[in-house]
Design a protein around this ligand. Structure first.
Ligand code: PEP
Ligand code: MG
Length: 325
């Protein structure tokens, strides 16, 4: 199976009826980037930067981060590199900042909440990313956004980072695009407003499913309730894509669901043309994509939206709509 997949590495990722869908990689390190490029990744849709912070015993220095981001940008040779700012908290902890024990860490001090609280640490990361933006096609992605204020606070720190670089004559892309993760239900509810503040959305289905369904993604006791194919999740996805397209900004998906070939008709139906996934999933998804049609996705989506249960949704997806009456 793997060998057969290798034969499609270099062919375009286009449906039978001509719809191109960009398949990018989620990475956490430069090694993962190498692997992803071998699978034909069209870019990096999500660079999780937590590893840079979790490896050491103290905050990584600006230069240390810059070197990694620059290397990634150079290896990509102009293909997009979306770098997500630090997203710790919840299940990911750092030993050198003693965060207080929390009753509900997943609803606690995490992601962008920490970054706009620890502005110096955040500014250091932004300066490193900005400096690397001279070497490739870099975009900045903010995690766990739940309000317009958070975006504006983050942009203030970005502005500060730019001022400091300008003051010391360090070159960077002054128009680096800024996007946000859509992974908290509040962000979906105000997606139209958020779309006016940023250049792109990236839907994080891992957390979105967790928060929409109130099901802790790490809790095995309730893992059977963690169901991406749920009518409530589908409606959230639809609202997000509609808000983005009304505002004319791009939207991609970077949660696990993007790497699940069974979900492809949903993206084709909704009009999502950028998916970012673990490198190992790219060829599986591509192999399904080149056998799919956008038209079928659109038709299937209409029927999926009418499903009342996950079981109905999954049965319909597995049949490919072939039982259409
Ligand atoms: C997500 O929440 O879907 C996501 C891509 O981010 P992470 O898995 O790193 O929380
Ligand atoms: Mg997330």
């Amino acid at each position: 199976h793997r060998e057969r997949l290798q034969t499609i590495v270099d062919i375009p990722s286009v449906t039978k009826d001509g719809r191109e869908v960009n398949l990018s990689a989620n990475i956490a390190s430069l090694q993962e980037l190498e692997q992803a490029l071998k699978q034909g990744a069209k870019g990096v849709g999500l660079f999780r930067t937590e590893m840079l912070y979790m490896d050491g015993t103290t905050w990584p220095k600006e230069n240390e981060q810059f070197e990694v981001y620059r290397s990634a940008a150079q290896k990509l040779q102009g293909k997009p590199l979306i770098i997500r700012t630090l997203d710790i908290g919840g299940d990911k902890q750092l030993d050198y900042i003693s965060l207080p024990e929390e009753e509900n860490p997943v609803l606690g001090y995490r992601g962008i909440r920490i970054s706009i609280d620890r502005r110096d640490m955040f500014k250091t990361q932004l300066k490193a990313i900005l400096r690397a933006s001279e070497y490739g096609n870099i975009k900045i992605l903010l995690p766990m956004i739940s309000s317009v204020e958070e975006v504006r606070r983050a942009r203030e720190v970005l502005e500060l980072a730019m001022q400091e670089l300008r003051a010391s004559n360090v070159p960077f892309n002054g128009h680096v695009p800024v996007g946000i993760m859509i992974e908290v239900p509040a962000a979906v509810a105000i997606a139209d407003m958020l779309a006016q503040e940023v250049q792109f959305f990236s839907i994080g289905t891992n957390d979105l499913v967790q928060y929409v369904l109130a099901v802790d993604r790490m809790n095995e006791k309730i893992s059977h309730l963690y169901e991406p194919y749920h009518p409530a999740v589908l409606r959230m996805l639809k609202l997000t894509v509609e808000a983005a397209s009304r505002q004319g900004i791009s939207v991609s998906v970077c949660g696990e669901l993007a790497g699940d070939a069974d979900a492809l008709p949903i993206w084709l139906g909704l009009g999502v043309h950028e998916l970012s996934m673990a490198g190992q999933s790219i060829l599986d998804v591509k192999s399904r994509l080149i056998d799919s049609s956008e038209l079928n996705g659109k038709q299937l989506l209409e029927r999926l939206l009418a499903c009342r249960t996950s079981a109905e949704m999954k049965a319909l997806l597995h049949s490919g709509g072939s039982d259409a009456s």
